[in-house]
Write a protein that binds this ligand. Structure first.
Ligand SMILES: [Cu+2]
Length: 123
């Protein structure tokens, strides 16, 4: 069979080209830097000495705010649409803001505990 060898050679050539083509494609995929994703940030508001710290904060749409209760007593974060329920000492609660606006909140246990978060459009 004289035809067998050239066919095998062609097959090998095609296979080699396909494999090297795939690996070239892969290295190209991995070599290209990924576009930087829009960065959603997480900011923490600490609750200390019955005070929200900071009590005034500006974040972007998509950002998450963590309220961390560093006090020894229970607090909460209450204000439409924020509604943490009681946050025990040492516990935290998170809220992700999906709409721009000004969000005022209080702690229903302590009348002097007030805070405000301004949410602006994502960058
Ligand atoms: Cu409180």
């Amino acid at each position: 069979m004289k035809l067998r060898k050239p066919i095998t050679a062609i097959f090998c050539l095609v296979a080699f080209c396909a494999i090297s083509g795939i690996s070239a494609g892969l290295s190209q995929t991995y070599g290209t830097p990924a576009p930087s994703p829009s960065s959603a940030a997480t900011t923490t508001v600490h609750i200390r000495n019955s005070t929200f710290t900071p009590d005034n904060l500006t974040v972007h749409v998509g950002d998450t705010v963590t309220f961390m209760n560093d006090d020894s007593v229970t607090h909460n974060v209450t204000g439409d649409p924020l509604n943490s329920g009681d946050i025990a000492s040492g516990k935290s609660w998170q809220y992700t803001f999906t709409k721009a606006g000004t969000y005022k909140y209080i702690c229903t246990h302590h009348a002097n505990m007030v805070g405000s978060i301004t949410v602006v459009a994502a960058q």
